[in-house]
Structures are given as structure tokens and as C-alpha cells.
Write a protein that binds this ligand. Sequence first.
Ligand code: HEM
Length: 209
Amino acid sequence: MGATSSTALWYASRSTGVIALVLLTAVLVLGILVTRKRSLPGLPRFGTAGLHRNLSLLAVLFVAVHVITAIADPYVTIGIAAAVIPFTSAYETFWLGLGAAALDLMAALIVTSLLRARIGRRTWRAVHWLSYAAWPVALAHSFGSGTDMQHGWLLWLGIACAAAVAAAAIWRVAAALARPGRAQLPAMMLADVEQAPEPERAAAGAGVR
Ligand code: HEM
């Protein structure tokens, strides 16, 4: 493969990685809105839930292209195994290991969402909490292994993503704390999903949140 196609793969991998990160940020923020029974201005609640689900599918697509192009790029050697088994890549062992860990966590979210009817809502909800871990792991991978995200406007984009998720998470915890029985905070936060109306539950179950 020539230098031109390698360069094209390199750019494709980096750009799809950035788009995937932005989409995952939107998915996480929308998931918190849906759980709190809120919606985006001008959108009904079921529209917000649908957006959450569809953006999560789009994010999966971009992550897949990001990983496939990174593996296909001959400039560096990253095996298929290293993309899914954390910290086994000879290239950028730690930072790519975080990417692989984020990928595995996302896979667990997707598989359990697809099998939700079989595994039950309780198990699904417990696994869905992994989304709160998958996102910062993906962010750390993006800042650590990316060449572009360490300066300029892409650095600001990453900071904006982090600020959006931090604000949504703080709002989520504050809302749960404001309710009685704050000692049972995690259980109450999980229970919010259970109390949501049926279309929102279905949407929350279908997407990565
Ligand atoms: C949820 C999963 C993932 C997300 C959201 C993600 C996102 C990103 C982002 C935003 C960048 C920075 C792009 C730049 O600065 O130009 C990046 C870099 C990179 N990622 Fe991922 N990534 C994920 C998983 C993976 C996995 C599993 C692999 C393994 C093949 C991988 C391989 C790479 C490589 C090779 C780079 C470029 C390193 C460099 O520029 O030197 N990523 N990723």
C-alpha cells in the first residue's frame, strides 16, 4: 500500500475517532436527560429518547470505522487482538489499551441492551452504569494517543466535551441528592430509569448511555 493511501487511512482514523468522541458525549448527556425525564428545547421527550438511541448507533459505527482504519493503516502495526484486549499493543501500549478497554465496555453495553428482554431490567441497568466508566476511559485514550487533540481547537473540543459531561453528571447527582433518603443514592439513581414512561424505558434500553 502506498504512502497516499496510508495517509488517507491515518486521517480517516483520526477524524472518525474525534467524531465518535463527540457523538459519545452527546449520547451520555442525552441519556442523563432521558433518565431525568427532561428533553431538549423544542423536542418532545420521546424525540430526545429517540435521538439518544440513534446517536448511540451512529457512535458505534464511527468507533468501528475508527478502529478498522487504525488497524488497516500500515504506518503502525496494531493487531486485531490489541484492539480488543487492553494493554497488549506494542504501539502506544497504555493509551491504546485505554481505547481497547473503552471498546470492550461499549460492547458490553450494546450486547446487554440487545438482550435486555432476556436478561431483565435489573441486570441491564447495572451493566448500563458502565457507560459512566466507558466515556472517561475513551476521553483519556483520545487525549493520550491522539496527536491533534493535544493542542489547538481539537483540544478545546475535548475540553468542551468534558465540561458537558461533568455538568450533566453533577446535575444528575444533585437531583438525586435533593430527594429524600440520600443514603440510598445509587439505588435511587437506578430507580429513575424504572419509573420513566414506557417509550423512554425502551429507548434507554436500546442505546449506549
Ligand atoms: C470508544 C472507543 C474509542 C474512541 C471514542 C476513540 C477516539 C479517539 C480519538 C478522539 C483519537 C484522537 C484523534 C486525534 O487526535 O487526531 C484517537 C486516536 C487513536 N485511536 Fe482511538 N478511540 C477509541 C478506541 C480505539 C481502539 C480500540 C483503537 C485500537 C485500534 C484505537 C486506535 C487509535 C489510534 C491508532 C489513534 C491515533 C494515535 C495517533 O494519532 O498517534 N482507538 N481515538
